[in-house]
Design a protein around this ligand. Structure first.
Ligand code: HEC
Length: 181
């Protein structure tokens, strides 16, 4: 065998090794081996009850809207609704914007703004805007009316929502009575 041939064989071998190496690396990247934590392997199987899970952090209890409204400051609500103004007007007879005019909203039938084109999701929702429904909707519009076109993340703070609703309630010919429970 000539030196030239030996070189050729060595070259081919090297190339094959390299290709195999690259292929393994790629397949490891694409299909990583499932990693079983050592701790699971070490614990012997047992029939005994597992230790009770650590106490899950509980969400702070949300005070009912009636109580939050009783303590709410409409002036704070007026500041809060600035985030709605890009899309809503609140005065009597004002034109719709991206969203409907919201004058006289509390206890109004849902999706009942004159000549406003609501999403099917909102149009099919049914019922009136009770204090509870408003609170739930403003907390998470998409969660409360899946498919709504109201592109707004919501107001997380329950007291801020109450303030908004307290102010909204006053934007009406006759403000709806406050809830008693
Ligand atoms: C990015 C624009 C946008 C913002 C910001 C926004 N809304 Fe809306 N809102 C809409 C649209 C659009 C609709 C109609 C939704 C549908 O038809 O699904 C709507 C619907 C509503 C409705 C239902 C009205 C009805 O007639 O049934 C209420 C209530 C409402 N919005 C309150 C608010 C409040 C309060 C805020 C501020 C905290 C707010 N929205 C912020 C766009 C917006």
């Amino acid at each position: 065998m000539s030196l030239f041939e030996l070189n050729k064989i060595a070259g081919a071998l090297l190339a094959a090794l390299l290709t195999a190496g690259i292929a393994t690396t790629i397949s490891n990247l694409v299909y990583p081996e499932p990693h079983v934590p050592e701790i699971l392997l070490a614990v012997p199987a047992s029939d005994e009850d597992p230790a009770p899970p650590a106490e899950a952090p509980t969400e702070p209890e949300i005070v009912p809207i009636a109580a939050r409204l009783a303590a709410a400051d409409p002036a704070k609500g007026e500041r809060e609704v600035r985030k709605c103004l890009a899309c809503h007007s609140f005065g009597a007879g004002e034109p719709h914007r991206v969203g409907p005019n919201l004058y006289g909203l509390v206890n109004r039938t849902k999706a009942a703004g004159d000549d406003f084109l609501y999403s099917l999701a909102m149009a099919d929702r049914g019922g009136t805007w009770t204090y509870d429904d408003l609170d739930a909707f403003l907390a998470g519009p998409q969660a409360y009316v899946p498919g709504t076109t109201m592109a707004f993340a919501g107001v997380r703070d329950p007291d801020a929502r109450a303030a908004i609703i307290a102010w909204l309630r006053l934007q009406a010919d006759t403000p709806a009575p406050l809830p008693t429970h």
